[in-house]
Design a protein around this ligand. Structure first.
Ligand code: MF3
Ligand code: CO
Length: 251
């Protein structure tokens, strides 16, 4: 399967899928506070998604048991929400969410502070977010896919952080995961040529220490091998004739 190019009609549906997910993230961000459980976040997220008449695309995906991936501190991604996992002041919490609107998928992630966090954790969150924006400066028709990867790598590496290589971004559309895979680390090849109508989920996962990760016994939760904090930032974007369009913002 090659990289799909979306039609004008499909792009409109992807835009709406993205906009609604942007609202979900905005609301979840406002709700985060010490004392709430990671299950509370999942419940609120699922309610918001369903309130828009959409379906959570992560729920039951390859057996994943929740709608929102909630990953705290040294958890990188795919954390499973639990009623007995209570957020506390100083934690950082990565929320990864996605939904299906009229058959089209959106996917986005944010890392939030729980109350006041250490300056080091704050910097990790900001650099992870900025690395996405550094990457998409290159997300222009005529450039190559790995121009994005290389820009993320160069920016993150300048801070001495570890870039997770075990997981990557991806194309997205009528399926959550489409071609191409999008690494967040430098590549020797150029990758596919970017064309207008490609929709891509770009999602740097950045560790304060080592890039190495491990899986917990639940077979989902990815954690840093050294126990250091990790952050995640993701948007679904559209390649256009000009600047890329970030679809997963509330507008
Ligand atoms: N953003 C993640 C990804 O692109 C979300 C999938 S997690 C799962 O792979 F829960 F759906 F498995
Ligand atoms: Co994704």
């Amino acid at each position: 399967m090659a990289v799909t190019i979306k039609s004008a009609r499909e792009i409109d549906l992807m835009r709406e899928a993205g906009r609604l997910l942007g609202i979900v993230h905005e609301e979840l961000g406002k709700a985060i506070h010490p004392g709430m459980s990671t299950k509370d976040i999942d419940k609120l997220g699922e309610e918001l998604i369903r309130s828009f008449g959409c379906t959570p695309n992560f729920l039951h995906y390859q057996g994943y048991p929740a709608s929102i991936c909630v990953s705290v501190n040294d958890e990188v991604v795919h954390g499973i929400p639990h009623a007995d996992h209570i957020l506390k002041e100083g934690d950082i919490v990565s929320l990864d969410a996605g939904l299906i609107y009229k058959g089209y998928h959106s996917d986005a992630a944010r890392t939030h502070k729980v109350g006041t966090v250490s300056p080091e954790a704050e910097q990790l969150i900001l650099v992870t977010k900025q690395s996405f924006f550094e990457g998409i400066k290159n997300a222009k028709a005529g450039n190559h896919l790995y121009d994005i990867s290389n820009a993320i790598d160069a920016y993150v590496t300048s801070y001495g952080y570890g870039i997770v290589t075990a997981l990557v971004g991806h194309g997205i559309g009528t399926k959550l995961h489409e071609e191409p895979q999008i690494p967040n680390f430098a590549q020797r090849r150029k990758g596919v040529r970017l064309q207008p109508g490609m929709t891509l989920a770009i999602e740097p996962m950045i560790n304060m220490g080592t890039a190495e990760v491990e899986w917990l016994d639940d077979d989902w939760t990815v954690v840093t091998a050294d126990g250091a904090y990790s952050a995640h930032y993701e948007n679904t974007i559209l390649i256009t004739d000009g600047e890329p369009e970030i679809l997963t913002l509330p507008l």
